[in-house]
Write a protein that binds this ligand. Sequence first.
Ligand code: SAH
Ligand code: SF4
Ligand code: F3S
Length: 444
Amino acid sequence: MGNNKRLFIETYGCQMNVYDSEVVISILEKDGYTPCNGLEDAGLILVNTCSIRENAEQRVWGRLDRFLQEKKKRDVRVGVLGCMAERLKRELLSHPAVDIVAGPDTYRELPAMLRRLDESGEKQAETTLSLKETYADIEPVRTDKNGVTSFISIMRGCNNMCTYCIVPYVRGGERSRDPQSIVREAERLYRDGYKEVNLLGQNVDSYLWKNPDNPTETVNFSQLLELVALVAPDMRVRFSTSHPKDMSNGVLYSMAMYPNICTHIHLPVQSGSDRMLEKMNRKYTVAGYLERIEKIREIVPDAAVTTDIIAGFCSETEDDHQATLELMRKVRFDSAFMFQYSQRPGTKAARHFPDDVPTEIKTRRLNEIIELQSAISLERNTECIGNTYEVLIEGTSKRDDNSLFGRTSGNKVCVFPSLGHKPGEYVNIKVESCTSATLLGHII
Ligand code: SAH
Ligand code: SF4
Ligand code: F3S
């Protein structure tokens, strides 16, 4: 036995996986496990995985080979959690390193699965998806390093069925978490010194909670935002991801009304071509998207807008690609996450649309998108020079021990010389210069 109950967990993928790993630690701590810092000390290695693109999965297969080396040296159990566990249960079970495979809705089963594994020596797998599980009652064990910003998962799953996307298959249907449990979690974080919560969902705009005892009583996303904003005026509230087809003016009015709701909207557009948007099943047009942008700028004039873009989706032509560049020039996003299309087995696109844009062309288009975006990000940041922003300090700059860093309400990273302030404090920063990724300034 010895260090049998020491747990090491590695997390890949999105912020929701970070949150889920915290839920898993909480569940296992109640069963006597304690987290440790290196996999060499662990009696249980868990890896929480992502399936969004093929390279996300490749990385995990590489890690499993590394865990196998560890396993050859000593007695250690290995479990695969998350989206890849859901998608590739059988393949994962045949990897010699893997003892446990647990999908995203099965984490309450982990202690029992581990006990069965220990008793029988047989590999254990559980991948049932649930229409109810939200882990609402579980108090996550926070693993964020700064103690200032943290995540709260407000819903799980997704009902949208974008044709390229694996998420609905690996995360199941959408369900919204009880708002009171969300508010309690925010209050607890505030008591523990946190100054920023980030509300997470695949499509936060479709958050809708119905009281099971009284179905006429509902809470929608803008109401939830206000409930969380009221927890403490000096605790910031962020949220992601917004969906262009569902983002309501109500959410924008809540943002305008509460100074602690951050002025940043992550609004993935994916493509600037109506033909591609239709094929992706995004359910909005370029005109509809631009109308949402106009409303954002009207109701929350200083809001930063960021996005996700996919290059080289099935049958994308040069004209479709040019339309994406054109849209980027029109909207002038503050920043963007940009990807090459990666076919995911089982999705509608994989079943019906040939993945026919050659890799070299995908790469070239992606590079053009990245190049344009970094020029726009630099312009956007340059426009901040001379302005003063309230910044929440998150920690010491990685490059310089005498500098601190934090974020503006618009989520821009800001680096400035320390005057002895601590993480969690707010300071006003006058911006003097910038790069495409960072604002540089000083405290005033
Ligand atoms: N729920 C969010 C996004 C979740 S996934 C939304 O609807 O916008 C994050 C991003 O990964 C997506 O916005 C998309 O840009 C990208 N993505 C998803 N599936 C992909 C795929 N098969 N290939 C490449 N990028 C993909
Ligand atoms: Fe995937 Fe679309 Fe759901 Fe986002 S909204 S998670 S892209 S299916
Ligand atoms: Fe990846 Fe699953 Fe998140 S596929 S992006 S970890 S929901």
